[in-house]
Design a protein around this ligand. Structure first.
Ligand code: SF4
Ligand code: SF4
Length: 505
């Protein structure tokens, strides 16, 4: 029999060797024996096992070598030569129980941010009905409660469900949010389920009443804010052109203080990175250190190249350099067992530690759906009101056949270009919405950004290795799979390897 090393990524940090086995998504520490075995089987076409045994027959540690080889086979790092590595094309049992519903409670906003996708080329939603009339800009309380009922019924036996409110500016429709929360809590009590809430806001409408409500219902809140006043006000303005920083900062500070006093869930800042605004470390220092956000997440703007705020390729690499610098800060904190609020890195470390191996890039269409203001169901919040991707209505139910067709087409087994990529377990082809905007096909892999994704995954792996060397106990915080699933908007967790870095091979 011939054996060959399967797809993997090797890296050395602080003189310790690691390997990331793509097939099983396990991070393994290598010792001298496993390093030499990996070298022996990482040859074109593989190596004959009998031949290897006879070459090693005189070795004093042959028993050890064979045992290590068996472990490497068990971990999927060494496999029969010629065997295909990508996961088989199969969906979990359908209908898959829903976990998260994202309610687009309004399409309206009281700000006029220059890069907003709601008004940009990336918007694929169409708010016009077949008869030419315009759809409701605000979700009614009745539709919101109907959506809650739909979620509870579609969740079947699943105990945890999450409702996320999205916009426009979500708090413009606070009345509907309150009605939905009240109704969801009633149903949760009656059915012994746990319901969680989250919301994204621009913070302009964070009044005392709103803050009390968010804190008392333990909302997970993400505030859209781009940095200090100069940075933030460049794009996040009112229609008059006036920046919104001055107005939101006192409200944010009040909210954070009130939330901390009540021991509420972490409050996150969501930063949109644009041309000329790629100073991640400085932005982090301001938002975390000065304003007190628990977590800060960074998202590059999605935009046509012609826009003056669009990120150039050079900007993307500057962002990666900044991410690397912030990862240094993270490693220092982790070595001292202090949590760090760089949420992009927290997400990657959690996925690496849990051995996440995605068959789909995210939960869209599987555990997660979006709902439009009029109750139409979309694959996620960015696909609502896109006729092509409509998968039913909260009043009439989910179109299971269309859902299944989409999930089969978007499965990693169909993305042949990704099969030889070591970053596949975490990326799995990337965001469907971005793929649709780029290639007019949501199920295509986002091959335009592979180099960057691989470099970012590599940074995540190295950071993981450094923390495992310095303070392995730090990773325990990522071991609660239930909390992680909630945080990740109930992404499907399939084909998972055993959690964590395995003992030295
Ligand atoms: S889209 Fe690119 S980076 Fe992502 S898994 Fe596919 S080949 Fe790898
Ligand atoms: S990653 Fe893309 S497709 Fe998935 S939920 Fe987010 S926006 Fe939607």
């Amino acid at each position: 029999m011939k054996l060959a090393a399967s797809l993997h990524r090797r890296f050395v940090v602080d003189d310790v060797s690691y390997v990331y086995a793509t097939g099983s998504a396990a991070v393994l520490r290598l010792d001298d024996v496993s390093t030499s075995l990996l070298d022996a089987f990482a040859v074109e076409g593989g190596r004959n096992l009998a031949e290897w045994e006879s070459d090693n027959a005189d070795a004093d540690d042959l028993v050890d070598r064979k045992a290590t080889l068996d472990q490497m086979v068990a971990m999927g790092l060494v496999r029969p030569a010629g065997e295909t590595a990508p996961p088989a094309s199969k969906l979990p049992p359908m209908p898959f129980p829903l976990a998260t519903l994202v309610l687009n409670v309004t399409n309206k906003c009281n700000l006029s941010c220059t890069y907003c996708y709601e008004y940009g080329e990336d918007r694929i939603a169409d708010s016009t009905r077949a008869d030419g009339t315009v759809k409701a800009p605000m979700m009614s309380a009745e539709t919101a409660c109907q959506s809650v009922d739909f979620l509870f019924e579609s969740a079947a036996a699943r105990r945890d469900v999450t409702i996320t409110f999205f916009g426009g500016e979500t708090l413009l429709n606070f009345g509907t949010i309150k009605a939905a929360v009240e109704h969801a809590e009633e149903r949760a009590r009656a059915e012994d389920k746990l319901v969680g809430f989250s919301l994204t806001t621009n913070a302009t409408l964070l009044t005392d009443e709103v803050v009390d409500f968010l804190v008392s219902h333990r909302f997970g809140v993400n505030v859209s804010i781009d940095g200090d006043q100069k940075t933030h006000d460049r794009h996040r303005t009112f229609k008059s052109g006036r920046g919104s920083y001055e107005m939101i900062v006192p409200r944010i500070k009040g909210f954070i203080a009130r939330n901390k006093a009540a021991d509420g869930r972490p409050i996150g800042a969501r930063v949109t990175l644009t041309a000329g605004m790629t100073g991640v470390c400085e932005i982090y220092a301001h938002l975390h250190g000065e304003l007190g956000f628990d977590e800060v997440g960074f998202a590059p703007v999605t935009s046509a190249k012609e826009n003056d705020y669009a990120l150039s390729d050079e900007n993307y690499w500057q962002i990666l350099d900044e991410f690397a610098a912030l990862a240094e800060d993270y490693v220092v904190a982790a070595a001292e067992d202090r949590p760090h609020g760089f949420s992009n890195l927290n997400d990657v470390l959690r996925e690496l530690h849990q051995g996440i191996n995605k068959a789909h890039p995210c939960g869209a269409g599987l555990g997660l759906l979006g709902v439009s203001t009029e109750g139409e169901l979309g694959l996620c919040h960015r696909f609502v009101e896109s006729g092509e991707h409509e998968v039913g209505n909260v009043a009439t139910g989910l179109d299971e056949e269309k859902r299944r067709e989409f999930l089969e087409a978007g499965h990693i087994s169909t993305k042949v270009a990704c099969h030889e990529c070591f970053a596949r377990p975490l990326c799995s082809g990337g965001c469907y919405h971005e793929a649709y905007v780029r290639y007019e096909d949501a199920t295509k892999p986002n091959l335009h950004y592979c180099e960057w994704i691989r470099a970012w995954t590599d940074l995540g792996l190295r950071t993981y290795g450094r923390i495992m060397n310095a303070n392995p106990g730090y990773m325990a915080r990522f071991e609660d799979r239930r909390a992680a699933a909630v945080a990740a908007a109930h992404e499907p967790i399939e084909n998972t390897a055993p959690a964590g870095t395995e003992p030295t091979l």
